[in-house]
Design a protein around this ligand. Sequence first.
Ligand SMILES: [Zn+2]
Ligand SMILES: [Zn+2]
Length: 329
Amino acid sequence: MVDSPPPSSPPQGWVHKVIITIWAIGPLLAFPFAIRRAVKTRRIGKKVVITTVIGYLLTGQGITLGFHRLATHDAFKTHPLVKGIILALGSAAAQGPVITWVDNHRRHHINADQPGDPHSPHADFGDGWWEMTKGFLHSHIFWLFKDSPEDFGKFTKRMQDDKTVAFIDRTFVGWVAAGLIIPFLIAGKSGLLWAGLIRMALVNHATFAVNSICHMFGSRRFETKDESRNNWFIALLTGGEGNHNNHHANAKAAYHGLTWREYDLTGYVIRALSLFGLVWDVHQPTEEEIEARREQLARRAAIEAQGAQPSLSSERSPVELSRDTVAAD
Ligand SMILES: [Zn+2]
Ligand SMILES: [Zn+2]
């Protein structure tokens, strides 16, 4: 069997660093301009506010529903047209082409908070304040400045053959441009600043907070091997992705909020799309399976706390479990 060719590799070296610097700083520069303009005219404008909120929700869902739960974890099935629309919205968030995003995120699950995790705040950092600050900044944004691993594409071989995914991946820059041009056409220069650039910065930093804050601050329902946490505030900003410890324990689950108290807008969107027959085969463990998983992880943590390897025949290594719960590709 011949392997699929690797996806067009992201730029490397200084070209990559220049692109990421412009991408990281550019949207932030919009803040002073937008605020000065608002102070001068003493208004932002209803149209600009509505366009910004809708842009935030649509591109945010493009990431959480599309890039994350659908493309990375295969948590539900959908029609190629619906998939194309959701992944185009995710591309407009400007967090990189979908195949690159998925490749990084699958590496994160398989090596969570261990060497090989591209954005762990813990793997290469110690426990002191300075080390923790460096770990936080690395996991939030600075990991993006590193070149792609040599085996880039290893975890996305099957999805490279999906025509819809390959098309959206190839046309990534066009969707980013559309995410700036459409707000400009709707609401002029203020639309470009608020609903284009500032929306982009807000969605991106909310997503990055899942990688940084949700591996450092929050509660743990499951004693996963990694340091993932449930953080209600980040869940609020990210349509439910802040329920990150729930997600690491059951990575293929479509719903990240396990009770009504755990806000999960993306879960409600999946339920609504399913009612209209737009998505199907929604993967969600039963309450009994979730409880069994919680007990299994607690048992393993107890064995490891005693200094023994969890070698019971019914137990498997955390890495194996991670592989099971990250969509096979
Ligand atoms: Zn994580
Ligand atoms: Zn995930």
